[in-house]
Design a protein around this ligand. Structure first.
Ligand SMILES: NC(=O)c1ccc[n+]([C@@H]2O[C@H](COP(=O)([O-])OP(=O)(O)OC[C@H]3O[C@@H](n4cnc5c(N)ncnc54)[C@H](O)[C@@H]3O)[C@@H](O)[C@H]2O)c1
Length: 366
């Protein structure tokens, strides 16, 4: 049984009066706007949705509550917005071109954030076809449907994984990104290339925001910070892969969301921006930070380095600073403090997550 079968999620018909007004040009930001967010029930997407609603925009959340981790967690992510009068939920699969077309025709967004994806490096090695379908095919479906429905500006969630493992640090957007180290990274790069080609032949503005290990309340349960804090709250051991010297440019979700908002003002055409903290920490330093904040000592087990993992990620944020006026604000210690405080009083559903990729994704990867 798929996790999403255990709850009832029906496509919600749009209850707003839809006038078929001409789409504003990409540079017109008169509020409120009509904004679609794919993957809006996920970790980062749900924060973005909340923020857009608080800025008075009308938001269409497109999310099929895929079984990468349990659907009840994603419903909980949306708990504070489900009944917001400017919020519309469309629980369709992006690969269903007809359903997507109907959804966009009804809502008529002028801007679309594309965050839906199957994320995670390690499971992509076991299920590469799933990643191709959900990250590559679905991206082209979104691009084509957006064009048909007059969406003039698209902002895509890219990934630091496209830089691979042999780049000089910090990673700059113009660095080569042609030797991905996992199927996940390859699909995120393929997404960028499809988007670049699309923007080259159609009058649309596409901005790719390359995200660097995002964390904060509701973080995906497969990611290290969520795993570590949940385990440490339960006095269980944590698993550190390798010797803990691999480093990541951990970025607090609020900074990521601010970066997405800044990207709504990106120059026209196709552009790529790093949205990272610009200050990597090793896994060992991360564990020490969590220990300090929680005032407890982790029980650490070491396991072999994982295939597909790269030794470091490190964003140069100069381009985003100069062109978008964005820079990260929340340092690791403060971010961990906020995350631990949230986790200590979080809905129990955030602890009932199992192993995300053992839930079974219903696609044959043979
Ligand atoms: N979290 C990170 O550290 C990080 C780092 C780099 C890039 N990213 C990118 O950011 C985006 C969001 O990541 P996240 O961590 O919030 O992941 P998430 O898994 O929490 O959210 C993704 C959402 O997309 C939905 N979805 C997946 N396939 C779909 C489909 N075919 N149709 C409709 N909905 C679908 C899922 O149900 C989920 O709610 C992804 O594109 C990911 O690749 C995330």
């Amino acid at each position: 049984m798929r996790a999403s079968d255990s709850i009832t999620i029906t496509p919600v018909a749009n209850t707003l009066p839809f006038s078929r007004v001409p789409h504003p040009p990409a540079t017109d930001y008169a509020s409120p706007m009509r904004i679609a967010v794919t993957g809006g029930a996920g970790f980062i997407g749900s924060h973005l949705v909340e923020r857009l609603l608080s800025d008075d925009h009308h938001v269409l959340c497109i999310d099929n509550f895929d079984p990468f981790y349990p659907a009840p967690v994603k419903l909980a992510n949306l708990a504070d917005v489900l009944h917001h009068p400017h919020f519309t939920l469309s629980s369709i699969d992006l690969c269903d071109a007809n359903a997507l077309s109907d959804s966009l025709a009804q809502f008529q967004p002028n801007t679309l954030f594309h965050l839906a994806a199957t994320a995670g490096v390690r499971p992509s090695i076991e299920r590469p076809m799933t990643y191709v379908r959900l990250n590559v095919d679905a991206t082209q479906t979104i691009l084509s449907a957006s064009l048909r429905h007059g969406v003039k500006r698209l902002i895509l969630a890219g990934s630091s994984s496209v830089y691979g493992k042999d780049q000089p640090t910090p990673f700059r957007e113009e660095h080569a990104s042609d030797i991905p180290q996992s199927p996940y990274a390859a699909t995120k790069r393929a997404m960028e290339l499809l988007a670049a080609a699309h923007a080259a032949v159609h009058p649309v503005t596409i901005t790719v925001c390359r995200l660097f290990t995002v964390y904060g309340p509701r973080q995906r349960p497969d990611l290290a910070i969520s795993r570590f804090v949940r385990a440490m709250l339960a006095h269980q051991p944590i698993t550190v892969f390798g010797d803990g010297t691999f480093s990541r440019d951990f970025t607090y979700v609020q900074d990521t969301v601010e970066g997405f908002l800044a990207a709504m003002h990106a120059p026209s055409g196709f552009h790529v921006y790093n949205l990272g903290a610009g200050k990597p920490f090793s896994v060992n330093e991360l564990v020490s930070t969590i220990e300090r904040v929680m005032q407890t000592q982790a029980i650490i087990r070491h396991a072999e380095e994982q295939k597909g993992d790269v030794p470091t990620t490190f964003a140069c944020t100069q381009r985003a600073e100069q062109q978008l006026g964005w820079s990260p604000r929340i340092d690791l210690e403060e971010g961990i403090r906020r995350f631990v405080a949230w986790m200590q009083s979080a809905n129990p559903v955030y602890f009932q997550v199992g192993e995300p990729w053992s839930l079974g994704i219903p696609i044959d990867d043979s």
